[in-house]
Design a protein around this ligand. Structure first.
Ligand code: MLT
Ligand code: ZN
Length: 461
């Protein structure tokens, strides 16, 4: 049966690159979640929009599910193919197509990695400001699919803010050219925004036009040590009032322990319970003295215990590494990842409840708190004890996630801030979205993908 359907695909699209080696099925069938065993039918690597459309027509005719696949750095299982799906990799759709200096946009194919996009923008004296640790591998198509956030959302917002237009091959095989780079376009529903964050369930993004902006003024990075979690939001408020922040990230001593075991350098002699990495404009003397007086005032109030300010680009990079290296340093412990958000104003009340819930719920597991606290986004990673089987570990963690989802619901938060729902958070969608909202989402999915071939089982059943 599978040989026959693949033969049909080969006949329809003779030039299409298809991979079926077991090693390729393993490699392309998974993302950074390690919970599912990859089992795709095959991997298709289209090189044109026409080939993508041809694949979608074939999938509809043969009732084969498609899993769109970029850099597969996702953390929610959105790009996992474990049910005989055809993986549609955008790896060969990796060209930068056009730079428009007047519109300040770059038009790219979906497989272009974020880092390439950033470097290309810089070559033109501009920046693409969405940034996160997986920049080297994550592709723009996948970052659109999850509305990726990252480390500079405090200043620049999420991916959504930077997508001026995109082309989508829908689950019907239609090609939609959405918004065409317009700044103003008040002509009905903005379908571009439906696609952003849709996790490959409405179609395959085959082109994107991203907005660029001017590089920021010279910046500095500061690492702060904090005595308590309670003061964290006060430190944020104080620094935001006095400085022009581009990032405000936090992590605990446990995160620091792991990242240093992975090669990062701790600049402090003493161990402190909480840390913040913050980045801010420091081009003028006024800005630099504002940093020092902000730091002194935090010290005086007892909100901060110690601090280091970068004196060079290399030092700034070393301080950033302490925060950006956390995910990689935790990966060997197959963490169960929570990626939650509340409004920044709701953070103190939410934190108080969440801390006591998780303290009681996870007494035997190592729990690592870190994340984009300035955006109201926390990553709470629970590490799997080596001797515990994966299934039992996930079951324990899911029980806690149910309780956490209730707390989030009470505080108006979200069960997924920036990683997406995928397979991992599907059960909890109802705690963040109302039944009426989910019904609308289903309706939209039905219109754009009537035969249910686009990433079935992801986001919702
Ligand atoms: C990060 O911000 O480092 C990742 O989004 C978080 C994670 O790995 O849980
Ligand atoms: Zn993150």
């Amino acid at each position: 049966m599978s040989a026959l359907v693949l033969e049909d695909l080969r006949q329809r699209l003779p030039a299409l690159l298809l991979k079926t080696d077991p090693a390729d099925l393993q490699y392309y069938g998974r993302d950074w979640t390690r919970r599912w065993t990859p089992a795709p039918l095959a991997i298709a690597l289209p090189a044109s929009i026409e080939e993508v459309q041809g694949i979608v027509c074939w999938a509809n005719a043969n009732e084969i599910a498609l899993v769109p696949s970029g850099g597969r750095t996702g953390l929610s299982g959105g790009a996992v193919a474990a049910q005989g799906e055809l993986v549609v990799s955008t790896e060969r759709l990796n060209k930068v197509l056009n730079f428009d200096p007047i519109d300040r946009t770059l038009t790219v194919q979906p497989g272009v990695p974020i880092e390439v996009l950033q470097n290309t923008a810089r070559e033109h004296g501009l920046i693409y400001p969405v940034d996160f640790a997986a920049r080297g591998s994550a592709a723009i198509g996948g970052s659109i699919a999850t509305n990726a956030g990252g480390i500079r959302v405090v200043r620049y917002g999420n991916t959504r803010e930077w997508i001026a237009g995109l082309k989508l091959v829908t689950g019907n095989g239609d090609l939609l050219d959405l918004n065409r780079g317009l700044i103003k376009n008040s002509s009905g529903y903005d379908l571009r925004h439906l696609v952003i964050g849709s996790e490959g369930t409405l179609g395959i993004v085959v082109e994107a036009t991203v907005r660029l902006t001017e590089p920021p003024p010279l910046s500095n990075v500061m690492l702060l040590a904090l005595p308590s979690f309670d003061g964290l939001m006060q430190v944020f408020a104080e620094l935001r009032r006095r400085l022009s922040l581009s990032a405000f990230e936090f992590f605990t001593d446990i995160a620091l322990k792991h990242v240093c075991a992975h090669g990062a350098q701790n600049p402090f002699r003493e161990v402190h319970p909480y840390y913040v990495v913050t980045e801010f404009d420091a081009a003028s003397e006024d800005q630099q003295s504002a940093v020092l007086s902000a730091f002194e005032s935090l010290l005086e109030k007892g909100l901060v215990l110690d601090g280091v300010i970068s004196q060079s680009d290399a030092q700034a990079a070393a301080l950033w590494r302490l925060r950006e290296g956390i995910t990689e340093s935790l990966a060997p412990h197959t963490p169960y990842k929570n990626d939650i958000s509340v409004r920044v104003s709701a953070m103190p009340a939410f934190l108080a409840e969440a801390q006591s819930l998780l303290g009681e719920a996870y007494p035997h597991f190592e729990v690592v708190w870190f994340g984009h606290i300035g955006d109201g986004n926390l990553h709470i990673n629970v590490l799997k004890p080596t001797e515990l089987a994966m299934q039992a570990f996930v079951k324990d963690c899911e029980h806690v996630t149910e309780l956490l989802a209730q707390v989030l619901h009470r505080h108006g938060g979200s069960i997924s801030a920036e990683h997406g729902i995928g397979l991992v958070k599907k059960k909890y969608l109802g705690s963040t979205r109302s039944p009426a909202e989910i019904a609308v989402m289903r309706g939209i999915r039905q219109v754009l993908d009537p035969n249910g071939i686009m990433n079935p089982g992801k986001l919702m059943d």
